[in-house]
Every structure is written in C-alpha cells, then in structure tokens.
Design a protein around this ligand. Sequence first.
Ligand code: 4NP
Length: 164
Amino acid sequence: MRILFVCLGNICRSPMAEGVFRRELERRGIDHLVEVDSAGTSNWHVGEPPDPRARRAIAKRGVDISDLRGRQVSARDLDAFDLILAMDAENLSDLLALADAAQAQRVRLFLDFAPKAGVREVPDPYFGEEDGFDMVLDLLQAAAQGLADHVEEELRRQGKLTRA
Ligand code: 4NP
C-alpha cells in the first residue's frame, strides 16, 4: 500500500503527518508493508527540510523528520498512491482539480480518519506560534491511529496480514 500526505508547503503539516504515521506503522510492525511519502500543492519550499518549529515539535515526541525534503505533488502521484490525504479543504480542492474521476476516489481529508477530533481540517500552523505545532501534532496522531487501523484492515483483506 502507498500513502501520500499533502499540504500547501510540505514543510509543516504533511512531513509531520508522514513522521507520526511512519512511527505508528513501526509500532504495529507493519511498516515494511506500507510506503509513505508527503508533498505540497505549491512549489514554494521544494528541496527544503521541514520548518524548524515542526522538527522541534515532533522531536519532543521522539520522531526525527530532519532528513525529509519538500517536493510538489504531481499528477503522477494520483496514480502512484492508493490514498492521497489532504490536510485541509484547500489542499483537497487543489488535488481534485488535478484528478480524473477514478483518481478522485483515492483523495480524502486526513482527519476523516479521526472522526472524534471534532474538526475536519488540520489548521495551517505556519503563520502562528510554536504551540500551534503541538496542537497540530495531537490531531495528526489521532488520525494516524485511525488510518493505521484502516490500513491493517485493508492488508488483512488482501491476505498480506495474517496475524490477529
Ligand atoms: P504547510 O505550511 O502547508 O503545513 O507546509 C505552510 C508552509 C509554508 C507556507 C504556508 C503554509 N508559506 O506560505 O510559505
């Protein structure tokens, strides 16, 4: 399975989503069965490492994302990934504008996997304060668990996960 996280800049929300979701897969011992990546709808930060505030906030939770580099989402990604997960409604509509009807089926809001979170969009922390990154990480971690449950179910359905 291949999963792509998408935000605007690919330096705050989607690299943090990639980091916490990778860690959740490792915790469950299924990281070898899932490919994870992130990208931005804009080309503003291509080649850059994640924002220092994002790196610091996620490091406090024991995850290192300093080796990630920004890239822009492309039309090819819509075929290459099984799930393309947008952080907010603007990312979602930008992705749907690139997608044909079949590809659009694989594009969702990431927080659809955290129905109890009470919000549907991950707020953009870029222009805010440092503590905004901690709040974003709480949302991302909740959705990462819901997504990992969904992935396990799908892997089981495909016969790739045989243990309970
Ligand atoms: P991200 O945050 O989409 O979560 O990576 C942003 C990063 C950069 C900008 C906006 C949002 N920017 O305007 O450069």
